[in-house]
Design a protein around this ligand. Structure first.
Ligand code: PLP
Length: 359
């Protein structure tokens, strides 16, 4: 089976060397040497001031809302992974959906302002598939309206916007290091924070608010990454440039050789790409289903990212999101990973082209 992604695993012996070190020290969690090393290396690699490693991207979002004291209504996008919305509701916040731009698949900046009320406290945009949002416009609007901005940058590992880390924009940006993401720590995530005071709050929040043996400062949660996960991250980070280079090749093959009436994501000119996903939009949902069936017959399993539209979840106040609903129905993410073989990719492309031609 060729799946939508395949987790990059480092050479076994290399990972085993790290594990031996963990066994030697006996320290398996509570921000040990591996976590500390990975944080320092990520700060340098990504070009951000402070990285706080946590147990998942979802917990990173929840901690971000807490430390920024986010309340009531949050403007967000209906086109994302479910965690962007569910994390808000889990924290007792109310997502207010704003439709997306049909070409970038990101939140439509022109629709945000009219959805802002006196109860709005923040905007949670997503750099969907690693494609940078209109960061300058969001910054200006948020400043004028006194709103916090938390970027769900789960897909945006290593991306630069105007020659600076994409993570340096907004009050907080979060990353996911789940095994399906470009860079991973098996399970994991991080907060990228510029402000030092906010950074300290995040560090406390991930460990029950424990400041020292006798001092608890504020409500916290247990979101600590363990040493085994951080060791995986240290191994994967060594190879990340090669991984992204291979993904670029896969991306270019798809774009160059898929023929017919399909649409690819329109990328923000101000930012770099990390080839985290390979979304493709078909003319109709009917055609998408035909493509899906043909690929499954060939042992290929793409995924319908992101379907359903989050504004249609049965636990949210439903609202009509014409563009997000339409794109959700017609978009498919094709297999995209560094070790996808050329023969496998040719099979995928030929299968898609055949279906499109038949209509
Ligand atoms: C993966 C993902 C998350 C959640 O990250 P986890 O590490 O799986 O908790 C949040 N937002 C988006 C956009 C994601 O793709």
């Amino acid at each position: 089976m060729i799946n939508v992604t395949k987790t990059y695993l480092p050479p076994f012996d290399k990972y085993a060397d790290y594990i031996k070190k963990i066994f030697n020290t006996g320290i398996v969690t509570n921000n040990g040497e591996m976590v500390t090393r990975l944080e320092k290396r990520l700060q340098k690699y990504l070009g951000v001031k402070n990285i706080v490693l946590v147990q998942s991207g979802t917990l990173a979002l929840q901690i971000a809302y807490k430390i920024l004291n986010i309340k009531e209504e949050i403007i967000t996008t209906p086109f994302s992974f479910v965690a962007t919305t569910s994390s808000l509701l889990w924290e007792g916040l109310r997502p207010i959906f704003v439709d997306i731009d049909k070409d970038s698949f990101n939140i439509d900046i022109n629709l945000i302002e009219k959805n802002i009320t006196e109860r709005t406290s923040a905007i949670v945009p997503v750099h969907v598939f690693g494609n940078s949002c209109d960061i300058d416009s969001i910054y200006k609007l948020a400043k004028r309206k006194h709103l916090k901005v938390i970027y769900d940058a789960a897909h945006a590992f290593g991306i630069k916007y105007k020659d600076k880390s994409i993570l340096s924009y907004g009050d907080v940006s979060i990353l996911s290091f789940h095994a399906t993401k470009v860079f991973h720590t098996i399970e994991g995530g991080a907060l990228a924070i510029n402000d030092d005071k906010l950074y300290e709050r995040a560090v406390l929040a991930r460990n029950f608010g424990i400041k020292s043996e006798e001092i608890i400062k504020g409500i916290g949660i247990n979101a600590k990454m363990n040493e085994f996960e951080a060791a995986m991250g240290l191994c994967v980070l060594d190879d990340i440039d090669e991984i992204i280079k291979s993904r670029k090749r896969v991306y270019e093959n798809y774009v160059n050789y898929i023929k017919g009436n399909v649409k690819f994501q329109l990328h923000n000119r101000n930012s770099t790409l990390n080839y985290s996903y390979m979304p493709i939009v078909f003319e109709s949902e009917k055609l998408l289903k035909k493509v899906l069936k043909a690929l499954l017959n060939e042992g290929v399993k793409p995924r319908r990212y992101f379907y359903p539209c989050l504004a249609n979840l049965d636990y949210v106040e439903t609202s009509r999101m014409c563009i997000a609903e339409d794109i959700s129905k017609r978009i498919l993410c094709l297999p995209m990973y560094d070790s996808l073989k050329s023969a496998e990719q040719i099979k995928i492309i030929d299968t898609i082209n055949k279906v499109i031609k038949l209509g």
